[in-house]
Design a protein around this ligand. Structure first.
Ligand SMILES: [Zn+2]
Length: 462
C-alpha cells in the first residue's frame, strides 16, 4: 500500500513535470500577412501559421469581428471556408477573401481579424494555443475621379497632360494607357499666371502614347484607394500618327574594333562570346534592353513638383539633327542586314567636345558610364519628366546635384555606341523614352500644359 502510494506520487510528479515541460514548448506563431490595414469590397486575406509538425495543428480558426458580431472566415473543422495549404513542414498558409461575398453585412469602419491556432502536445492531452487579433479599417466607398481638362491631343511617341479631381485625399491616381501607368501628382501649390492652385483634390498627370503602342490603345484616368477599391474616368482624346523614319547604319570592322571592347570593359551586364560582330549584336540587343531598364528605374525618384522654369526646354539649336526620335534602324555589315533597332532619341552634332547643357532646371539622378550610352547624365524635372544626355566625353556634374536650365553638364563625345562625336538626347516620362521635339515647342507647352492649368484657376474646375 505504501509502495503503491509512492508509485502514484512518482507518476503524478512525472505527469506534472511533463505537463509543465510541454507548456514551455513553442506555441504556434501566427502572421497575418494580408491585409495590412485596409479592407475593401474584395480584399485578399493571407495568414501564415508556423509550428513544429504544422500539419497536425488543431484547432485553426479565423473570424472577422465587426460591431460585436463575429463571422467565421476559416475553420479547420468546417471545410469549405477558405483554403489551407502546407508550406514546407513547419508552416501552413490560409487564404480567403474578405468582402461582401464572405461577410454579407460588412460595413465601412473599424473591424478585427482574430486568428486562433493550437498545437497538440503530450499525445493530444494538452493544446498550446495562440490567438492574434489584427485591427483593420473597412472602406467600401469607391474613390471618385472626374476629368477637368478638355481636348487631349496625343502624337504617336509623344506626351499629353491632364487635369482631374480625385478623392479622397489618400487615393493613388493617374492615367493608364494600355497597360502602362503614369502617376498623377497634386496640383496644389503650383502657380499659373500668378494664381496659386489650392484645391487638394486637383491632380495633374503627364502621359504618353509610346512609339510602339497602337493608335487606338485605351486610355483612362484611374484612382485606387489603399483598400484596393478603384474608379476610372474616360476623357476626350485624339491620337495623331507620326511616320517614323527608316534608316540604314553601315557597320565596319574599324567601328566594331573601337566600340565593342570599350563598352564591354565598362559593363558586367552582358558577357558575350565570339567575334566583334557577334558581341556587337549582344550589345545592341541585350545591353540596350538592360540599359533601358536601368534608365526606367530612375522614374520612381522623380520629384512630385515641377522643378522646371520657363517651361520650354533648351533645344540645342546650334546642332545638326543627325537622327530623330523613333528612327527604325537597319544595321548593315559587309552588304548584309544583321540587326534592327529603334533609335529612341535625337542625335545632335556640333563641333567635337562642345559643352552640353541641362535642357531645363532639375536634379541630376545619374552621372556615370551606362553601356551603349557611354558617359550619360539623367536629370529629373519633376512629375515623371526626365531628360537624358549620352555619349559625353566628360561629365562635370554629380548625382544628387541641382542644376539650372542651360547649366553645363559636360562635353559632347563619342563614348558608348556612337559613330562620331554627338549628343544623344531624349526625354523620359515615367521611365519611358518619349519624343523630345514637343518640349522644345513653346506653342505645345502653352496649349498642352499651361492652358489646362489656367482652366483650373479660372474656376472652370466644376
Ligand atoms: Zn543616338
Amino acid at each position: 500500500m505504501k509502495y503503491l502510494v509512492g508509485l502514484v506520487l512518482i507518476l503524478l510528479v512525472a505527469a506534472g513535470g511533463a505537463w509543465i515541460v510541454a507548456g514551455r514548448m513553442a506555441a504556434p506563431a501566427i502572421t497575418i500577412e494580408k491585409p495590412e490595414k485596409f479592407v475593401g469590397t474584395a480584399t485578399p486575406l493571407q495568414i501564415a501559421i508556423a509550428a513544429p509538425d504544422a500539419p497536425t495543428m488543431k484547432p485553426i480558426r479565423v473570424v472577422f469581428e465587426q460591431n460585436g458580431k463575429q463571422t467565421p472566415l476559416f475553420n479547420l473543422d468546417e471545410p469549405g471556408k477558405g483554403q489551407i495549404a502546407q508550406d514546407g513542414t513547419d508552416k501552413v498558409r490560409i487564404t480567403q477573401e474578405i468582402g461582401k461575398q464572405t461577410i454579407p453585412d460588412l460595413q465601412s469602419g473599424a473591424a478585427k481579424i482574430i486568428v486562433t491556432a493550437g498545437r497538440p502536445v503530450l499525445r493530444g492531452m494538452r493544446t498550446l494555443e495562440t490567438t492574434v487579433t489584427h485591427d483593420v479599417q473597412v472602406r467600401l466607398e469607391r474613390p471618385r475621379v472626374s476629368v477637368i481638362s478638355t481636348h487631349h491631343y496625343i502624337n504617336h511617341g509623344g506626351t499629353e497632360f491632364i487635369v482631374y479631381r480625385a478623392i479622397p485625399d489618400d487615393v493613388e491616381s493617374g492615367v493608364v494607357v494600355g497597360d502602362v501607368e503614369y502617376p498623377g501628382f497634386p496640383a496644389a501649390g503650383a502657380t499659373v499666371d500668378g494664381v496659386k492652385i489650392t484645391d487638394p483634390a486637383v491632380k495633374v498627370a503627364f502621359f504618353a502614347l509610346l512609339y510602339d503602342q497602337d493608335m487606338n490603345v485605351p486610355m483612362r484616368v484611374f484612382a485606387r484607394d489603399p483598400a484596393g477599391n478603384t474608379a476610372r474616368a474616360d476623357f476626350d482624346h485624339r491620337t495623331f500618327p507620326k511616320p517614323f523614319k527608316k534608316s540604314q547604319i553601315p557597320l565596319d570592322d574599324k567601328f566594331l574594333d573601337r566600340v565593342v571592347p570599350a563598352i564591354l570593359e565598362g559593363t558586367t551586364d552582358v558577357k558575350p562570346d565570339g567575334d566583334n560582330l557577334a558581341k556587337f549584336l549582344v550589345i545592341n540587343g541585350d545591353l540596350r534592353r538592360k540599359n533601358a531598364e536601368k534608365i526606367a528605374s530612375f522614374a520612381k525618384q522623380t520629384s512630385p513638383e515641377l522643378l522646371w522654369k520657363g517651361l520650354v526646354f533648351h533645344a540645342f539649336k546650334n546642332n545638326a539633327v543627325e537622327s530623330a526620335f523613333a528612327d527604325q534602324r537597319t544595321y548593315i555589315y559587309k552588304g548584309k542586314e544583321v540587326d534592327k533597332q529603334v533609335h529612341l532619341g535625337f542625335d545632335l552634332a556640333s563641333f567635337a567636345g562642345t559643352p552640353i547643357v541641362a535642357a531645363n532646371r532639375g536634379k541630376v539622378l545619374f552621372a556615370d558610364e551606362l553601356g551603349i550610352y557611354g558617359n550619360c547624365v539623367i536629370i529629373d524635372h519633376g512629375m515623371g519628366v526626365q531628360s537624358l544626355y549620352a555619349h559625353l566625353s566628360s561629365i562635370e556634374v554629380k548625382a544628387g546635384q541641382d542644376v539650372e536650365k542651360e547649366q553645363t553638364l559636360g562635353r559632347s563625345g563619342m563614348t558608348g555606341l556612337a559613330g562620331g562625336d554627338h549628343l544623344h538626347f531624349t526625354m523620359l516620362l515615367n521611365g519611358h523614352m518619349i519624343n523630345p521635339v514637343e518640349w522644345w515647342d513653346a506653342h505645345w507647352i502653352e496649349d498642352r500644359i499651361l492652358r489646362k492649368l489656367r482652366g483650373t484657376t479660372a474656376g472652370t474646375s466644376n
